[in-house]
Design a protein around this ligand. Structure first.
Ligand code: AMP
Ligand code: FE
Ligand code: FE
Ligand code: ZN
Length: 287
């Protein structure tokens, strides 16, 4: 391990909308000199087992996590949940409900797009979703790449897939306060992902973060590509005021997004605090 361990606690695999399999993700993380990797696929733990085996093979520490989509007003807010018990009935039930709703919603979005003459079928989209993975809008983009309509996911998001698009359909997801309770109830540690991302319309208010804090929120992901200097400053000030941890991470999605592994990282003492707050149900995987 290097003098100061490199800790990247927010990445995606093919278990959701990343393009690396969990094994490829672990290998890429090792190549990027990461010592502690968090796998945080959207609304699922489906990548955990493969990632665990790969982490043991390749000798890096693995933090098994999730990124829960939540609904607040008209926006979607993402909550990272670290080291949750994968057998917790309440949390797993909620994630299963969200995944089912995501599949139906994607089918409706594709129907609206196809009706408008965009060359896409739902079968083509399903071809892009790994077995058992959480379906999302990026898989629509991937189908459009596969059939030669576009070159990169970015183009699909610019043209058709934003929350303001006429083709956008919502899916079920819990309130962010409820999501904090569910993560804590499952023995895990909730951290608000990229709180002040500007690309999703409405951003989080301080009042909502205070409510989430009362429900067990442990930290804010202040250092993230979607934050400019003013968003970082706002997150740091809020974290200081409430006594929240401050994390940084890449939100790597393979070739699906421009985010590079370890472009932002988390301090070792912050990671130690996250680990100490988790129940023993899902320990950090170490060799
Ligand atoms: P969904 O989970 O279906 O609501 O889709 C949201 C996901 O789309 C996010 O988790 C991002 O990973 C991805 N996304 C959003 N904007 C872009 C973009 N411009 N390029 C690639 N992926 C994006
Ligand atoms: Fe994503
Ligand atoms: Fe996110
Ligand atoms: Zn993410």
């Amino acid at each position: 391990m290097s003098a100061v361990p490199v800790i990247d606690l927010h990445t995606h695999s093919t278990a959701s909308d990343g393009t690396d399999t969990p094994t490829e993700l672990v290998i890429a993380a090792r190549e990027a000199s990461i010592d502690v990797l968090g796998i945080t696929d959207h609304d699922t733990v489906a990548g955990w087992a493969e990632a665990e085996a790969a982490a043991r093979d390749h000798g890096l520490a693995l933090v098994r996590g999730i990124e829960i989509s939540t609904t607040w007003h008209h926006g979607s807010i993402h909550l990272l949940g670290y080291l949750t018990d994968p057998h917790d009935v309440d949390l797993m039930g909620e994630l299963a409900k969200a995944r089912e709703s995501r599949a139906k919603r994607l089918e409706r979005m594709v129907a609206l797009m196809a009706d408008d003459g965009i060359p896409i079928t739902y079968d083509e989209v399903l071809d892009q979703v790994a077995p058992g993975a959480t379906p999302g809008r990026p898989h629509i983009a991937d189908a459009l790449i596969a059939n030669g309509t576009i070159r990169h996911r970015d183009e699909a998001f610019r043209e058709w897939l934003t929350n303001e698009s006429p083709y956008y359909v919502k899916h079920y997801s819990p309130h962010p306060v409820r999501a904090c309770e569910l993560v804590r109830g499952a023995g895990g540690v909730p951290v608000l992902a990229h709180p002040f991302t500007r690309t999703r319309g409405e951003t989080v208010t301080d009042a909502l973060v205070e409510e989430m804090y009362a429900a067990g929120l442990a930290g804010l992901e202040a250092f993230h590509r979607d934050h400019g200097p003013s968003e970082v400053e706002r997150a740091l000030a809020l974290a200081r005021r409430l006594g929240l941890l401050v994390t940084g991470a890449s939100d790597y999605h393979g070739v699906g997004k421009h985010n590079r592994l370890a472009e932002y990282t988390t301090a070792p003492e912050v990671f130690a605090s996250i680990e100490s707050q988790a129940s023993a149900a899902t320990p950090v995987v170490r060799r």
